[in-house]
Structure formats: C-alpha cells, structure tokens
Design a protein around this ligand. Structure first.
Ligand code: CP
Length: 322
C-alpha cells in the first residue's frame, strides 16, 4: 500500500509504505533512478543540489545501522537537510504518543519522514496524520520496502535481470518484513520465490503470497540463482522455535556444502545484521566471489536517494490545515 496516488510522475504515490501494490513499471522506475546514483556515490564529490531546501527526518523507534545511515547519507548527498530524531531522548519518554510525535514533527514542515517501528501498521498510521511523504524503514513483521528495492538492484546489477531467476529466501521467514517485501517484489518482477525454513518459522498461509515452501535446505537450494539468508530475529520470539542454535546452524545455516546445491554462480545475500555461525558461515559471508552482502549495503544509499527523489520532486504543496 502506498497512499493516495497523484496524477503525474512515474512513481505516482505520496508515500512508500510497502512493495505490495507497486507495479513492475514503478519498481523498475525506482531501480533505474537508483542506478544513476551508484556511480555518483563512487565519486569524490558525491553532493548534488536536487533536494536543496528540503527537510528529511529519520524517526526510528527500533535499532538500525544500515537503514538509518543510508537515509541520512542519501538525503545529504542530494543536498537536503537531514535530522535523525533520537527517540530515546524525545518526549515519547514522557508519554507522548507516536501520533502526537508525528503531528509535532509535521508542524515543522518536513518534506519526508522515514520511519521504523516495531508494530506492523504503525508507519501507515503515522502517514495518515502528516501531510509530507512517509517512507517505511521497516514496520514489525510487515514490510521493509527499501530493503527489497536495494536487494533487487543488487541482483539486477549482478545477474542483468530479475525475471526468470530462482530466488531462495532462507531462515526466519515468520518474523521477517524483509521476506515479505522481497516476495512481493520478486513475484511482481517475474522471479520465482522459494522459502526455506523449519516448519516453526514458516507462517502457515505464506504460500498464498506466491512462494514454494521447503523445510529441507538441500532440496530448496537446488539450482537456485540467488540464496538470500535471513537473520534469526530473537527479539521478536516469545517462545522456542528450534531446539538450539547449534542444531539450527546444522540444518539451516548456509555453508559451502549446502550452497553446492545451488547454481555454481549463485549469489549469496543477507540484509544484515548477520549472526555469523547461526544462519550463515563466516567464510561464505566474506567470500567476495560468492557474497554480495557488502554490495547490498552500497546499493542501499542509491535506492534511498531514488526514493527521496521520487517522493519529493513531485510532491504537492504542503497545506498544514488540510
Ligand atoms: N537491513 C537492515 O534493515 O539493517 P539495519 O537494521 O541495520 O537498518
């Protein structure tokens, strides 16, 4: 879901709340725009003036390294003013609600608010209370749209396409917003998605999203082009989902032995942060011939620049009384 549509622009949305509902051409538009920023980000002078005078607020209620830093870099490299709100030092600690916080920030005329929150749906709720663009930086187990876009850009650059690829998403599917956004995006772009996890970490109705489910990693990885590993999100687990970390790694941790089931040129990915020795062997993660994990982080800045550009340049004039 992406908020109310505008009538012009190749990305005719007021917000980026999820990948669900985006068309293939809208996704391609964002990836193409991001591609133009990859080279710029490799130059000594990375600064543009496209967003001069625009204000971006990062409002992260959950921990982040990659997403918050890349939104900050993206905004600054486009010439915007970026503020990282320290939620732990904000008036939310005095009882102010997320809605009141959003409306307070809105009164300061930001152009974009990037939000991360532990509750699925919280970012959409916030978007309904402000009249600037809102980007979902991850909401609970729901969606993490910019992660799926940066994953897609990484894959497209390495494989030259998305359509027709076999992509395995492995690990803690049950708690993963990254998995959900990637399933939506990859299906929309014509890739085939396999989900590999123990039965306890696969939601019963996930196949309805358009994915084949495997509980055996050696079977699931057969002939895959992309092996996308997920972190065990223990912070969202309120019961035991597997007997031990040791056993989890034995059956579902990515090793060279298991990777040998995939295509010889299969690309290894992980959104980060990684739990080395839990869902992925360190040697595989650091193998520059197989792993695109560092490149994913690089693509994150370019993708977030494209999203900021798309949502700000065609934004309607703000009306605080609306
Ligand atoms: N992949 C991702 O969202 O990383 P962070 O939690 O560090 O932002």
């Amino acid at each position: 879901m992406t908020g109310k549509a505008k009538d012009t622009n190749s990305f005719p949305h007021s917000h980026l709340l999820g990948i669900e509902g985006l068309s293939a051409s809208e996704i391609t538009y964002l990836l193409d725009r991001a591609e133009t920023y990859v080279e710029q980000n490799r130059q000594a002078d990375k600064r543009k003036t496209l967003l001069r005078g625009r204000t971006i607020i990062n409002l992260f209620f959950e921990a982040s390294t990659r997403t918050i830093t890349s939104f900050e870099l993206a905004g600054k490299r486009l010439g915007g003013d970026v503020i990282n709100m320290a939620v732990s030092a904000s008036s939310m600690q005095k009882g102010e609600t997320i809605v009141d916080t959003a409306m307070t920030l809105n009164a300061m005329h930001p152009d974009v608010i990037a939000v991360r929150h532990s509750d699925s749906g919280a970012v959409k709720l916030l978007s309904e209370k402000v009249n600037c663009a809102v980007i979902n930086g991850g909401d609970g187990k729901h969606e993490h749209p910019t992660q799926a876009l940066l994953d897609a850009l990484t894959i497209r650059r390495r494989k030259g396409k998305l359509a027709g690829l076999q992509v395995a998403i492995c690990g803690d599917i049950a708690h993963s917003r990254v998995a959900r956004s990637n399933i939506h995006l990859l299906n929309t772009m014509g890739a085939t998605v396999r989900l590999i996890a123990p039965k306890t970490l696969i939601p019963t109705d996930i196949a309805k999203m358009g994915a084949e489910v495997f509980n055996d990693m050696n079977q699931g990885l057969q002939n895959c082009d992309i092996v996308m590993m997920l972190r065990l999100q223990t912070e969202r687990m309120h019961k035991n989902f597997f007997p031990s970390i040791r056993e989890y790694f034995h059956f579902f941790g990515l090793t060279y032995e298991k990777l040998a089931n995939a295509k010889p040129d299969a690309l290894v990915m992980h959104p980060g942060p990684m739990n080395r020795g839990v869902e992925i062997d360190s040697e595989v993660a650091d193998d520059i011939g197989r792993s695109a994990i560092r490149e994913q982080v690089e693509m994150g800045v370019a993708v977030r620049m494209a999203c900021l550009e798309a949502l700000t340049l065609n934004a309607p004039e703000q009306d605080l009384n609306a």
